[in-house]
Design a protein around this ligand. Structure first.
Ligand SMILES: NC(=O)c1ccc[n+]([C@@H]2O[C@H](COP(=O)([O-])OP(=O)(O)OC[C@H]3O[C@@H](n4cnc5c(N)ncnc54)[C@H](O)[C@@H]3O)[C@@H](O)[C@H]2O)c1
Length: 316
């Protein structure tokens, strides 16, 4: 007998999960993974040169196992296509039965934005107020939405495409500014395609916190290696960050080693104290983890079963 499973699209996911809930559940996911309650094998990259790559991202926890099949095609904005698209297969860890098919784009946007908010709250100096959002595409806007939900009321949006920064600023109630005006803020959030560094050592100021979200695969970087090396370093997961993240250039050239890098989960569980002084510059390298996706998918399924969202079902 074939199972009927719901297909939960972008609108259903966004209806089910507010930025506030995304932050709360993704934080819980980081903690559970740090405590070995959830499992996550390494993500697999399948290159599609010269345009981008595909990734297969599995994880299990909270009664479900997921596999996200997701893309990163950074040049797609010039073709009027999204940079990131994907689908998530959800199965039951007790029976192995297929439970749902979930849109990957909305889940990725929510969990990536949530990670930026969680890292900022955990690592910024207590006086941080203004967000400098550099790159105002889909993930920049959701990072802004989650940072605003986390209490950062003011921000400056900078983008090489003035229409993108204007749209983000209007949506968030923030202002549009130049790259240097955004860099003058307290919480810098980088969400560009990562082809070229946008931040160098001259942009670093004592007390600053940086979320580097755009470099989520091999060969991408938003900061120079000199700038990375001068920061106090944090990441979502060293295994990914050292091979396909903002820390990769510094790690592969031997300028940083794992001993200098703390995973966010260790800070959230209290195994690490986090920021060591008001003067250091903290850098959080977000490469994007399947456990973050799992945390969001669990909420979506719970809301579906509670009847608060509707979805068509298919049978294979
Ligand atoms: N860390 C993660 O978990 C994670 C998750 C999803 C996506 N990403 C990555 O984030 C990046 C952005 O994704 P997106 O979907 O928002 O892309 P997008 O194409 O929608 O947006 C990128 C924006 O950056 C702007 N931009 C490009 N170069 C710039 C520069 N030098 N200075 C300022 N702005 C610049 C573009 O004009 C565009 O508005 C991609 O590299 C993607 O792979 C990371």
């Amino acid at each position: 007998m074939n199972d009927e499973v719901p297909v939960l699209d972008y609108a259903a996911v966004m209806q089910a999960v507010t930025p506030e809930r995304a932050i709360e559940r993704v934080r819980d996911g980081f903690i559970r993974y740090a405590k070995d309650e959830w499992t996550m094998p390494a993500k697999v990259y399948l290159d599609s040169p010269p345009h981008g790559d595909f990734r297969a991202m599995p994880a299990a926890g909270h009664g479900i196992a997921i596999l996200k099949w997701v893309t990163s095609f950074p040049g797609n904005s010039t073709r009027d296509l999204p940079t990131v698209t994907g689908t998530i297969l959800v199965s039951d860890t007790d029976t192995g039965r297929w439970l749902a098919l979930v849109d990957g784009r909305s889940v990725t946007a929510l969990r990536t934005g949530a990670a930026a908010a969680i890292a900022s709250q955990a690592l910024e100096s207590d006086t941080a107020q203004r967000v400098g959002l550099i790159g105002s595409g889909l993930h920049g806007r959701w990072a802004g939405a989650c940072l605003k939900t986390a209490g950062y009321e003011e921000g400056v949006c900078a983008d090489i495409n003035p229409a993108a920064s204007r749209a983000a600023a209007d949506e968030l109630g923030w202002s549009v500014g130049s790259l240097s005006e955004a860099m003058a803020c307290d919480v810098i959030t980088l969400v560009t395609p990562g082809y070229e560094p946008v931040m160098d050592a001259s942009h670093l100021r004592p007390g600053m916190h940086i979320n580097a979200l755009g470099a989520d695969g091999p060969g991408k970087a938003e900061m120079t290696v000199d700038a990375v090396e001068q920061c106090e370093l944090y990441c979502d997961e060293w295994r990914q960050a050292s091979h396909g993240g903002e820390l990769t250039g510094a790690a592969s050239s031997g300028r940083i080693t794992q001993e200098r890098v703390t995973e966010l989960g260790a800070v959230l569980t209290g195994q690490s104290p986090g920021r060591t002084s008001d003067e250091v510059v903290t850098l959080f390298d977000s490469t994007g983890l399947a456990i973050q996706d799992l945390a969001i998918v669990r909420v979506v399924l719970d809301e579906y079963h509670a009847g608060s969202i509707e979805a068509p079902a298919i049978s294979l």
